[in-house]
Design a protein around this ligand. Structure first.
Ligand SMILES: *Cc1c(COP(=O)(O)O)cnc(C)c1O
Length: 350
């Protein structure tokens, strides 16, 4: 049986969180002399002299409508990367607990584990980039606190089989994090609507990809009220700055424009996959549910360097296990994609 109390670190269970000036105040007031801000204002607009809302109520209200879940199931982090780090600090005892990752996958799960001195166990994906459930099951023990799943996965681009994710959720008593950074580009349904069914589920999404707001640093975690409560207790009080809250609210008014961009990127991705597969040096274009393509190419490192001489940067994954000779290529603008294709044809002919 899953129980958050069996999972939490003792120090976090006992933690009295920092109580900010704005935490302690509730009700009506017009004179704020409680937080040592500059009451005269700022060189910018008057808003920025005040500390931001620690719990981002306005932003969460809008996100809850877009996602169809209530605000107490939402955590906002300074990028998904902050959510990843916080989950380690809440649930994993350094030098004692472990987590499982399924490489090739997003690098931050492991880096963040290393920073927090948490053991990382690896259950590599199968040749078709799906979960190896038997290996996963064998690796998990009483100290395994988190299994990190990324779907659609980076850098492979595919979605994990839904039934496999459900199997892990049903059979593992620690947290199962499903990182859905690329979900907006996928045919696969999000797991956000399954929170009621799985008390051990954490879904992560981000404003960095489909929303086009990587610079704002805004990540989302969706989970049970208990898990979100713990994350709120441990986070830095003002982790989401006011400029980010203001700009994200503005962006959320433009869902239509974002959906148009998503459709355009998906169409270009599928067209580009066809074009790539006709270039002689290209050996394989992997199916993608994301805004990038994983491409197997003859002499990938040389291709990477050739592209650099043309001023085009892609991601060299040729040394990554299961991605031998692969480049990860983000879908660009029409013009950028054309430049890339021309350069790859040049490389093929060189
Ligand atoms: C890009 C990406 C993120 C986003 O991280 P942010 O910190 O929100 O920018 C998260 N997970 C994966 C797998 C990614 O590729």
């Amino acid at each position: 049986m899953f129980s958050i109390n069996n999972l939490l670190r003792e120090n976090i269970k006992k933690l009295t969180p920092y109580s900010s000036a704005r935490d302690e105040f509730s009700g009506e007031a017009k004179v704020f002399l409680d937080a040592n801000e500059n009451s005269l204002g700022s060189p910018l607009t008057k808003w920025y002299n005040r500390y931001p809302d620690p719990y981002q109520h306005g932003l969460k209200e809008v996100i809850s409508k877009v996602k169809g879940i209530t605000h107490e199931h939402i955590f906002l982090g300074n990028g998904s990367d902050e959510c990843i780090d916080l989950l380690y600090r809440c649930f994993c005892n350094p030098g004692k607990d472990n987590v499982i990752v399924c490489p090739p996958t997003y690098g931050m799960y492991e880096v963040s584990a290393n920073i927090n001195d948490v053991e990382v166990r690896k259950a590599p994906l199968t040749d078709d980039f799906q979960l190896d459930l038997i290996h996963l099951e064998n690796l998990a023990d009483a100290n395994t606190k988190i299994i990190w799943l990324c779907s659609p996965n980076n850098p492979t681009g595919n979605s994990l089989n839904r039934s496999d994710i459900e199997y892990v959720l049903n059979n593992f008593n620690g947290l199962v994090v499903v990182d859905e950074a690329y979900i907006n580009f996928a045919k696969q349904r999000s797991f956000v609507q399954e929170l009621a069914e799985y008390p051990n589920l954490v879904v992560m999404q981000t404003f960095s990809k489909a929303w086009g707001l990587a610079a704002l640093r805004l990540g989302m975690a969706f989970a049970s009220t208990e898990i979100i409560g713990v994350m709120n207790k441990v986070k830095p009080p003002y982790n989401i700055n006011q400029a980010t809250q203001d700009l994200a609210l503005k962006a959320l008014e433009e869902v239509g424009q974002v959906n148009d961009m998503i459709r355009e990127i998906v169409a270009m991705r599928d067209a580009l996959a066809d074009v790539f597969s006709q270039i002689p040096a290209v050996q394989k274009v992997y199916p993608s549910d994301a805004n990038f393509l994983l491409v197997k190419i003859k002499h990938a490192r040389k291709a990477y360097e050739f592209l650099l001489t043309k001023g085009i940067v892609v991601r060299d994954r040729s040394n990554v296990k299961l991605c031998d000779d692969c480049l990860r290529i983000t879908i660009g603008t029409e013009q950028e994609n054309t430049l890339l294709v021309e350069a790859l044809i040049d490389f093929s002919n060189s």
